[in-house]
Write a protein that binds this ligand. Sequence first.
Ligand SMILES: Nc1ncnc2c1ncn2[C@@H]1O[C@H](COP(=O)(O)OP(=O)(O)OP(=O)(O)O)[C@@H](O)[C@H]1O
Ligand SMILES: [Mg+2]
Length: 330
Amino acid sequence: MPVQIALFNHKGGVSKTTTCFNLGWMLAEKGKKVLLVDCDPQCNLTGMTLGFKGEEELKIVYEAEGVRNIRDGLAPAFESRPELLKPVICEEVPGQPNMYLLPGHLGLAEYEVTLGIAQELSGSLVTLQNLPGSLRYLFDITANSIGADIVIVDMSPSLGSVNQNLLMTSDFFIVPMTPDYFSVMATDSLASVLPKWKKWAIQAQSNPTLLEASYPFPQTTPRFLGTVIQKYRLRKQGQPSAAFQNWINELNRGVKETLLPALEANDMTLCEAAYQNAGIEAGNPILQMSDFNGLIALSQKHQAPVFSLTDEQLVQTGIVLERTDRKSVV
Ligand SMILES: Nc1ncnc2c1ncn2[C@@H]1O[C@H](COP(=O)(O)OP(=O)(O)OP(=O)(O)O)[C@@H](O)[C@H]1O
Ligand SMILES: [Mg+2]
């Protein structure tokens, strides 16, 4: 069974999608077979991975033969069709043979309300019993169809029912953040929302109707891997500027004093030794990354992660200065 990692923060624009792409590529480069799943109706991950600029190009993928995106993959369950879910035909990722994409769809937003009702009623309505377990089931059969070991889930910036489901049916999660006041606020709200979601998941996992469903609710607990802090400006010495450092300190304090204890109390963390073995202190960011500046535009242009932009790709555009920047993120 593939391992599923979700990238989640209900705060928007904190680099969830960019991190999915770069992390997935790095894992693929290390020999893992990776499936990226675009669960955000904005479809940014799909656009970025396939190099699309608009709806028209997405339509070509959707209209090809077979089940080609997340909405169509889930449709038999959400539209009560008498057929089992089938693996989605994934897109190959240009330049990275070990990574695949399960494309997103704007229409996933239309399932938000139905899934919310199914989750509220927690299995008391048999006609909705297949919905809570259907997302993880679809990702598992799709990952198995291409032999993927790791599924990386890109989520929208919201606290809606789809995200509640995606997070609570993942095995691990990472919280991307940017050093500002809004991310500090988001840390507090995550500390209050995630324990409620955990209580719901515990009930769902023992609910007889959900257990008997065609897609039983998964018996997993999402464990917090850590935060990733990005997009700050540097001082000359390669350190965050003073203003950004203050926000980074605030974020780390919020995570250690509020979020981590709430997660620990709800059995949503790894054991202490696991963080130590990875060389991080629980609550400290697993990665801090300065602003990519112009490299982000090049990364999107070439559909390649920042760390593997070639000298040629950099030189073509004459961005000499940023070669230094790139080296600092490799
Ligand atoms: N380290 C970085 N340096 C500079 N720009 C970045 C960095 N990471 C992401 N960006 C840019 O910041 C913007 C937001 O990033 P991204 O779309 O990955 O965030 P997100 O959390 O997925 O947003 P949303 O909540 O809307 O889904 C994008 O324009 C992206 O190109
Ligand atoms: Mg995004």
